[in-house]
Ligand binder design. Structure first.
Ligand code: CUA
Length: 314
C-alpha cells in the first residue's frame, strides 16, 4: 500500500478538527493560487508582444466583478476567523473534570509531576480517553510543549503558568518536542508521551507513588514556618489559606483577583506584589529559595486546604 504520510497520526480528540481546518485553508489557498496561475500563464501567452489576439473591448471597470472579488474573500476570511476562534477556545478551555499534571521545563529537560506523587523526566504517562490538563512553567527560559500527534503546542514561560489540555484517543507512545529555541541542547529536549489504558495507568500510578504533592507541600509549609502567620486565630498575621483556592481575593488597592496558580505563585515568590486587603507586607520574599517543583507542591497543598474545607487543620 502506498504510504506517504503528510501529517502525523491523529491521537487526540482535537486532532481531527485541527486537520479539518488545516485542509480547508490549504484547499482555499490552492484553489485561488491555481486560478490566478492559470489566468496568468494564459494571458502571458495569448497577449504576448506581437501576438495577433484581439485587444478590442477591454474593460476598465465592472462593479459586480469588483464586489464579488471583495466580498467573497471577506466572507471566506471571516469563516476562517470564526472557525479557528471556536477551535482555539475549545483547545484552551479544559473540561472541569480534567486531571491535572504539573510540567516544569528547564534547560534541557521536561520534569513532570503527578499530584499523586509520581515524578518523571522526559516522559509523560497519561490514561487514554480522559481529559488531561497540564499546568506548566519554566525554571529558566521559554520552552514550548509540543506533541504533534495531539496537535497541541503551548509555550512554557518562566515566572508564570500556562496550561494546555488534551484527551488522548489511543494508547501508544508519542513524540514530545520542545518547539522554542532554548539554547545549545534545544534539539535534545525531547521526550515521550505514553498513553495507557486506564487500568494500566492506575497500576503505573500505584506502582510509583511516593509522597503526594500536597503532602510534600504541607511539609514545606512547616519547614519554612508558613504556619506561624497563616494559621487562623489569635496572632494571625497573614490571611488564612483555607478555602482560598479559586476564590476572589480583595487586594489593598480594592482590586479583585482570582486565587489561582499564578496568583498564589506570585504571592509566594514576591509577597508584596498583591497584598490582601487589611494585611501588611510582613512575609519575606521566597524568590530563589524555592524551586518551581516546590512552589507547585505548595500550590497543591493550598488547593487541598480548600478541598477539605470545614475539617480541622490550618
Ligand atoms: Cu526547551 Cu527548546
Amino acid at each position: 500500500m502506498w504510504n506517504f504520510p503528510l501529517l502525523p497520526d491523529r491521537a487526540s480528540t482535537i486532532a481531527e478538527q485541527v486537520d479539518a481546518l488545516y485542509w480547508f485553508i490549504f484547499a482555499v489557498v490552492t484553489f485561488f493560487s491555481l486560478i490566478i496561475l492559470v489566468a496568468l500563464i494564459y494571458s502571458a501567452i495569448r497577449y504576448r508582444k506581437g501576438s495577433k489576439a484581439s485587444r478590442a473591448g477591454a474593460h476598465h471597470e465592472n462593479l459586480p466583478l469588483e464586489l464579488i472579488w471583495s466580498l467573497g474573500p471577506l466572507a471566506i476570511a471571516l469563516l476562517i476567523f470564526v472557525w479557528s476562534s471556536k477551535l482555539f477556545i475549545d483547545m484552551r478551555v479544559a473540561p472541569k473534570d480534567a486531571m491535572e499534571i504539573y510540567v516544569v521545563g528547564k534547560q534541557w529537560m521536561w520534569k513532570i509531576q503527578h499530584p499523586q506523587g509520581n515524578r518523571e523526566i522526559n516522559e509523560l504517562h497519561v490514561p487514554v480517553g480522559k481529559p488531561v490538563k497540564l499546568i506548566m512553567t519554566s525554571q529558566d527560559v521559554i520552552h514550548s510543549f509540543f506533541v504533534p500527534e495531539f496537535r497541541i503546542k503551548q509555550d512554557v514561560l518562566p515566572g508564570r503558568y500556562t496550561t494546555q489540555w488534551f484527551q488522548a484517543t489511543k494508547a501508544g507512545t508519542f513524540h514530545l518536542f520542545c518547539a522554542e529555541y532554548c539554547g545549545t541542547s534545544h534539539s535534545g529536549m525531547i521526550g515521550k508521551v505514553i498513553v495507557m489504558e486506564p487500568a494500566d495507568y492506575e497500576e503505573w500510578l500505584a506502582g510509583k507513588t511516593g509522597q503526594t504533592m500536597s503532602s510534600g507541600g504541607e511539609q514545606l509549609f512547616q519547614q519554612f514556618g508558613c504556619q506561624t502567620c497563616h494559621r487562623p486565630g489569635a496572632g494571625q498575621r497573614g490571611p488564612s489559606l483555607e478555602g482560598l483556592w479559586g476564590k476572589q481575593v480583595k487586594l489593598g488597592s480594592g482590586a479583585l483577583v482570582t486565587a489561582d496558580q499564578n496568583y498564589i505563585r506570585e504571592s509566594i515568590i514576591n509577597p508584596g506584589s498583591k497584598v490582601v486587603s487589611g494585611y501588611q507586607v510582613l512575609m519575606p520574599l521566597y524568590r530563589n529559595q524555592l524551586s518551581e517543583d516546590q512552589v507547585n507542591q505548595l500550590i497543591e497543598y493550598i488547593k487541598s486546604l480548600s478541598a477539605q474545607e470545614g475539617k480541622s487543620g490550618l
